[in-house]
Design a protein around this ligand. Sequence first.
Ligand SMILES: [Zn+2]
Ligand SMILES: [Zn+2]
Ligand SMILES: [Zn+2]
Length: 241
Amino acid sequence: MGVEDHELVHPDAISPTLRCPICTDVFEEPVSCSACQQVFCKTCIEHVLLTCKPACPTCRAPLTKSLQPNFLVRSLLNELHVRCVHPGCYWTGRLDERAAHGTHCLARHLLLMQEWKIQLENMRSVLVDGEKERSAMRRHIELLSSHKMQLEEEAKVQQLQLNAKQHMLDFKQQEVDELRCQIGQVMKQHHASHFQLHSLFPLLFLFLFVLHVWFFYDILPAVLGIRDCVLSTQVAYRGWS
Ligand SMILES: [Zn+2]
Ligand SMILES: [Zn+2]
Ligand SMILES: [Zn+2]
C-alpha cells in the first residue's frame, strides 16, 4: 500500500507517473523492474510475487533477483506536501519530514495514551475478574474446610460411641463368661449330688429288703391274725430241717 490521497495536501496535483499500477496510490518505498523500469511500491510487488508467479505484472519478465530501490522517484516523493495521519493533528510538511514529526506528534502520543489506557482498563478488568475468582475460590475453600471440620467432629463422636459400645460389649462378654463359669460350677455340683444319690441306692435297696421281710413276716401276719400259724410253720420247718 502506498501513500493514500487523504494524506496528501494536494492529491489532484499529483502526476500519474508517481502512482503505483498495483494499488493506484502514490509510491511508498519505490522499487523498479530491471526489464521495463516500471516502478511499484515495495510491499505491493512483494505481495504479488508471493501470491502469484514471480514475474513483473507489466512486462511479465521474471523477477528472481531482489528488486532495486528507485532513488530518483524517492527524491521526487520526498518533496510532496503531506499531512500528519493522526486525527487532531494539523501538521503539514514534506514527506521525508513526516517521520521526524511523528516522534513528537502530540496527537500520536495522545492516541497512544488512549490505547494504553484502554489496555490498562482491560488489564484492570482482568485483575478484578481474577480477584473475584480468587474470592469465590477462597469462599469455596472455607466452605470445604468447615465441612471437613464438621466431618471430623462427627467422626470423633462416632468413634466415642463406638468405644462406649465396645466397652459395653466387653462388659456383657465378661458377664456371659461369669455366668458360663457359674453354670459350669452348678453342673459340677449337680453331677456330684447325682453321684452321691447313686451311691446310696444299695443301702436304700437293703433297707427296703429288710423292711419288706419285716413287713411280710412280722407285721402282716400280726394284722391278719395268722402270726402264730406262721411261727409254728417256721418252727416245724426248722425241725424238719
Ligand atoms: Zn502500490
Ligand atoms: Zn517489467
Ligand atoms: Zn502530527
